[in-house]
Write a protein that binds this ligand. Structure first.
Ligand SMILES: Cc1cc2nc3c(=O)[nH]c(=O)nc-3n(C[C@H](O)[C@H](O)[C@H](O)COP(=O)(O)OP(=O)(O)OC[C@H]3O[C@@H](n4cnc5c(N)ncnc54)[C@H](O)[C@@H]3O)c2cc1C
Length: 510
């Protein structure tokens, strides 16, 4: 057989979904020679993620694409209702409100998946080091001690072969790469399927979104709906085990089901899917030079809105580690920390999604009644309400290490306050590490030897002074650190704290 052999890449990413494309953009920023192989020639019109959190937007800011993506995102304003729980008879029993922007963006957002994928794909054109090949299906991989060889078939049926230092499988839940590595998924599939439909209403195109996610606690047909920007709306209906699910792909039936909850108006069904969710996680995230990320590594039901967000965090975590190992500024074993750091958080998100699913899927009238009672009670009790939040402290990862000083912020995600009129902190952070100081310029803190070591790895300096345009950012860090005087932080490229040092002698080296 005639196989076209292409040259070698530093990294090959299999799958150009949200996780693969985000990873490719981040590697592009690090000038890493990267190839993305994607089987589709255009993003498919299938219902996919619609909700996303502030951390996801911050990662796309890090990709340099936030201005391109924000037009397809509806960020709620302070005080907006983001989540409403209703009884079967439409009575509101529980609300969650949009509050705070600790990471620079609204905490609960909705977005247009298809348009965002297009922007993430276009973003790759900025990098001469990144190649994107749509219409290329990877069908086999082979590992050697020093490289991975990948074979793909293009839409015309022609085979190609590529090799790379590291291969990242971002090829989704049915990952070909994961199967080729014989890595098993541990978990389960839900017995019931959901009917998921997207609608478009021409009359709603320019309407500001009035409500957030609405969930009906109804033992007969649990339902959720999510208004989206541009006149779109997502509907999700749980289908019981004994129904013939394909019948529900009829748009007239979907229209009737929607009309039971809200007037249909001029809404037309544009996408429909019957889907049984999985809650599972790969037994290992890597084998040799191959790593799994996103849905290839973990599959979550969407009830906590964290499936994609969890994958984007994988991309942010893995990208800088790959870049530093490939540049020679970190040892290869740094890559092992990808799984140590990410797995506990992914397990936590899976458990959160399952708990939320139990709340959304009452199986009997009795369960529905108990859940309604719980939500009515939670509405009155602030601490319970906080526990129900699928944002903020309940979802932001903390990477924990042994022997940490009490009160140390190592492994914590830093806040993103504004600087000056409109700027956001991350615009002042470097591509690699950033040393943030509060009392004096960073150059006065590191010894010459330390400074030279850090400069080899790549470091930028930021002095947040308690005056002038950095004053409000200083105050945010002062609160976050419970006092930022005589403190310095070294922040990783993915915005987690690498080092949190208490300075002796006012910070000057002895
Ligand atoms: C109905 C539904 C609703 C959801 N809602 C939400 C939500 O609101 N919020 C949220 O955070 N998450 C949600 N999720 C989950 C979210 O969509 C996924 O977690 C996210 O898409 C995972 O991204 P990914 O890039 O890892 O995988 P995918 O999006 O599955 O992308 C994988 C890519 O790999 C390509 N590929 C596969 N095999 C190959 C191959 N052999 N060769 C080349 N290319 C290949 C595919 O074509 C695809 O483009 C939802 C999922 C579903 C199904």
């Amino acid at each position: 057989m005639n196989i076209a052999k292409d040259h070698t890449y530093d990294v090959i990413i299999v799958g150009g979904g949200p996780v693969g494309l985000t990873l490719a953009n981040l590697l592009g920023i690090h000038n890493i020679h990267t190839l993305v192989l994607e089987q589709n020639t255009a993003p498919p019109d299938l219902p996919r993620a619609v909700s996303l959190d502030d951390e996801s937007l911050r990662i796309w800011q890090q990709c340099g694409l936030i201005d391109q993506i924000l037009p397809f995102v509806a960020q709620g304003a302070e005080g907006d209702v983001v989540f409403t729980y209703r009884t079967q008879t439409d009575k509101k029993i529980f609300n969650l409100i949009q509050s705070g922007r600790p990471y620079g963006y609204a905490r609960g957002n909705v977005f247009l998946h298809h348009h965002t994928l297009v922007e993430l794909t276009n973003g790759l054109n900025r990098f001469t080091e990144v190649d994107y090949r749509p219409g290329h299906t990877v069908f086999t991989i082979e590992q050697f001690p020093d490289r991975v060889v990948v074979k793909s078939k293009d839409s015309a049926g022609a085979d190609s072969e590529y090799s790379c230092d590291y291969l990242i499988a971002c090829d989704g839940g049915r990952s070909t790469v994961r199967a080729a590595l014989d890595i098993k998924l541990k978990g389960f599939s839900y017995a019931e399927s959901w009917l998921i439909a997207d609608t478009f209403s021409p009359s709603q195109v320019t309407q500001k979104l009035q409500e957030g996610v609405e969930v009906w606690c109804d033992a007969e047909c649990p339902t959720a709906t999510i208004p989206l920007p541009g006149g779109y709306r997502r509907w999700e209906f749980l289908l019981r085990k004994n129904v013939q699910s394909d019948e529900y792909l009829d748009d007239a039936i979907i229209g009737e089901m929607i009309a039971r909850r809200k007037p249909l108006g001029d809404a037309q069904v544009i996408n429909r899917l019957i889907h049984a969710y999985k809650a599972s996680i790969a037994q290992s995230y890597s084998k040799g030079r191959v790593f799994l990320a996103g849905d290839a590594a973990h599959l979550s039901p969407p009830f906590a809105g964290q499936g994609m967000a969890t994958g984007l965090r994988d991309a942010a975590n893995l990208s800088w580690k790959l870049a530093h190992v490939l540049r020679g500024s970190a040892p290869q074993k740094l890559l092992q920390s990808y799984e140590w750091e990410r797995r506990p958080h992914q397990v936590k998100m899976l458990k959160l999604a399952r708990r939320m699913g139990q709340m959304m899927m009452p199986r009997t009238f009795l369960q529905a009644t108990l859940i309604k009672f719980f939500f009515s009670f939670a509405e009155q009790v602030e601490t319970l309400k906080k526990m129900m939040e699928i944002r903020g402290q309940n979802v932001t990862p903390v990477y924990r290490y042994e022997n940490m000083r009490k009160g140390s912020k190592v492994g914590h995600y830093i806040p993103q306050p504004t600087i000056g009129e409109n700027g956001l902190l991350d615009e002042y952070l470097g591509r690699d590490f950033t040393l943030i100081t509060f009392d004096c310029p960073a150059e006065e803190i590191l010894s010459e030897e330390e400074q030279s070591q850090w400069e080899k790895r790549g470091i930028d300096y930021l002095w947040l002074r308690p005056e002038g345009e950095t004053f409000s950012a200083y105050k945010v860090f002062d609160q976050w650190l419970a006092g930022c005087q005589r403190r310095m932080l070294i922040v990783r490229p993915d915005r987690f704290v690498f080092e949190d040092r208490i300075l002796e002698n006012g910070g000057k080296p002895d």
